[in-house]
Each structure stands twice: as C-alpha cells, then as structure tokens.
Ligand binder design. Sequence first.
Ligand code: ADP
Ligand code: MG
Length: 375
Amino acid sequence: REVQNTETRTKTFRIMNKKQTKVNVVVRLRPALKTDDKSCVFVDGKSLEIFNHRNVNENIKYDFSAVYDINTHQQTIYQECVKPQLLHSLNGQNVSIFAYGPTGAGKTHTMLGSATDPGVIPRVINGIFHLIEEQKKTDTMEWSESVKFSYLEIYNEKVMDLLDPKDTDLPIREDTEKNILIPGLGEKEIHSFDEFKTYFGPASNNRTVAATKLNERSSRSHSILLLKIKRTQKSAPYKTLHGKIYLIDLAGSEDNRRTGNKGIRLKESGAINKSLFVLGEVVDAINCCLPRIPYRNSKLTRLLQDSIGGSCHSVMITNVAPEERYYYDTYCTLNFATPRIEILANKTPMIPEQDPIPAKKPRLTAKEPDKPPQM
Ligand code: ADP
Ligand code: MG
C-alpha cells in the first residue's frame, strides 16, 4: 500500500534508543461484544490501524512490539508477554505487568479473567510455584523459598489495603537500598494456588463492599497485586534474593472530564488522570532514556519506582475495544505510549456513523468563565 507521507510522526528519541527500551508496550484488541457492532480497528501484523477523524480518507497506523487480535487466547498473552518475566523475579529482580485502557476494553479480563478463562493473575500464581519446582531440578545449590502477596488499590491518590483493610491512606517509603515499601501493608504467605484463592476472594470483596457503585470505583482505582518472592541458599554463602512482581489493573483511561462529572467524581477523575498522566510520562522517560524520571509526581509511580525502569522488566498490555463508540478512547489510548505513528491513505474510507469526538458540555451562559475543578 502506498504511504502518503503527509504526516509521519516518529518519537525520534525512542527509535534511536530502541535497544534500551525498558517498558515493552503491546496491544490487545478484544472482540466486539455484539456481532452486529461495526469495528473501527484493524490489526495487521505488529501494527494496528484506525481511521483518522481529521480526514476519513486516511488511516492512522500504530506500530507496537506486538499486537494481539480478537482471537488471542489468555494463554497466549500469558505465554508471550508475562511468563518470560517470571524467571527474573526468581533471580531477585522486579517485574511489573500493567493492563492499560478505557473502561470496557478488557483490562480485568486480561488480568483476572474468569474461572473458565483465567487471566494473568491466576496464571502467574500457578506459574511461580511451577517455576520454583522447575528451578529446583536444575539448581546446583539448595534454596528455600517464600512467596507472599499483598493486594491494594490506589483510589483518589490514596493507598488502601484490600487484604487487611484499615480505612487509612498508607504511606509509601523508601529504605536505604532504594527499595519502596508500604509499612503496615497486610501480606500473606502462600504455598499453593488454592491457598492464594482463599485470601484473594475475600480481599476482592473488600473492594466491592467499600464501593457504592462497584463499576464506578473499579474503573476509577488502580488495583494492584504484589507478589514478593524471597529465595535463600540453604548453605554458605546463604545468599538471599528478593524479587517483586506487580500485577496492575489500571483505572480506566477515558477522560471523565468530558462526561460532565461534578464534585467528588470530578476530584476522582482529576486524581486518576494525574496518575495515568504521570505513568505515561514515566514510561516515555524510561523508553526515551531521559535522565530524569518523574516517579514522585503520583502515588502509583512512586510505589512502582523500584519496579519500572532501571533493571526492572515491565510490560504494558494496552487494551482496546473495536466498536466505533469507543473510537475516541481508542485513539487516545493508542497515543499513550506508542513508539511509532504513520498516516496512510485509506482506499475505503471509514465514515463514522456519529461524530467520533464527544461534544464538550455547553456553557450555561455565554458570559460564565471556565472554573477550575474543585479539588
Ligand atoms: P475493563 O476491565 O477494561 O473495564 P473488562 O475486562 O471488564 O473491561 O471487559 C469488558 C467486557 O468485555 C467483559 O464482559 C469481558 O468479559 C469482555 N471481554 C474483554 N476482553 C475480552 C476478550 N479478549 N475476549 C472475550 N471477551 C472479552
Ligand atoms: Mg475492569
């Protein structure tokens, strides 16, 4: 296909430093929920195209390190994006896996899944125990292991314990070795997947009980599962390795300010947008090898300071929905951490059935000035 070079935007820094990219950004497109829903997203190998709302004769093409289409199984996501990272955690390194995207695009499906179609979290728990057993077969030295997990959410820039709920905003601290920790955060040692389930089920319910409207809260909070893996040699020199795995179902990336939220909801939206905005800046800074990474600008990135960037292994699974009504969210989501964008001629123009950009709320009176959101 002929490339119309009307506009080729390339984040030059990132391309120059491709070998040093630390956060691996992939995309997963979920199937349409109704068979008669028209799709506005097309997958072609490692790239993905949507129409250009500024010119329907053009498509915008995004290149990622991998694009997973509607037929992708949970096992494939785990096998290709997540499993390769687990070994690093056994070797004392930190890992973070994120699901990013608008509400309804498949983040929770990807991370948690269902009993019949389990996602990343149950597969990682099973995978870790399996890997520990596998390692024992090849290790020349004997090790003892402990696996502990914590479960928390960041809601409205507050750190809330879900495993051992306390109704307080927990502090985030850094020790002398630059490890990030949350003093007082509940944790449970687990020895099997079944044991994990007995703790995780009630902890998930804590999230439900705390929410007035579950969907609203779950789409506005970052849900964070932390696994700590400690391995100690059973004989001299008694080396100890500490590895962490963060599995994160991020808050919805849609811009809630556009839907006319007010009061507390507006405050939440602002906070969530701030966290996601800073996460975008952090990912960009890492992938562009910038000297300063703005970890401290949000609770989420501060917490992840020792688990994203540096020698850590991070994968961002960007979830998008195919339906036209998601067009604008998809467009914004794909622009979040995209290495390369191109504009292509589209021989069969995609004419949207409705304006893809949601209308801003009209002003009440012509004279009323814009007020800043009440924080
Ligand atoms: P999010 O957590 O991003 O708000 P969900 O994971 O709840 O979105 O997904 C929205 C709906 O789409 C759910 O009913 C979910 O089961 C379904 N879904 C998401 N991804 C897939 C997929 N890859 N295959 C089948 N159904 C999916
Ligand atoms: Mg969800």
